[in-house]
Design a protein around this ligand. Sequence first.
Ligand code: DAT
Ligand code: MG
Length: 134
Amino acid sequence: MERERTYIMLKPDCVRRGLIGRVIARIEDKGYQITAMKMMQLDEPILREHYAHLADKPFFPNLVNFMTSGPVVAMIVEGENVIVGMRKIMGKTAFEDAEPGTIRGDFANTTTENLIHGSDSPETAEAEIKRFFG
Ligand code: DAT
Ligand code: MG
């Protein structure tokens, strides 16, 4: 099996609610390695790139407001099949569909403020790592 890397971001609600440690513990408990990490404040231009696939959605302005409402924690996470694996640990996008035992299932109570971002394919992982880590 192939070692992969993915882009993970703890969103402003995760930071604000004091859940950074508990979410990172789940990543480490799984045996994945965090190989880069930084706290940063996002702005609208970088979010227009990052969420380009959602620019036409009615919730987009709200999403940008939320994502610029405080700092995020940006990470590169590595491991075997880590892209799919992290998506499983995160849980589904819509909070009401996210299973108990997943990060979103256990901690999210809205769909916008759902704690964590994880790349959804090898192509987006590389593009997102470049976008946020240069
Ligand atoms: P994911 O974050 O699971 O990859 P996505 O890329 O489709 O999901 O959407 C990015 C973020 O946009 C998502 O984490 C929360 C927000 N979002 C998506 N669909 C939404 C909806 N129907 N209502 C409100 N926010 C939504
Ligand atoms: Mg996505």
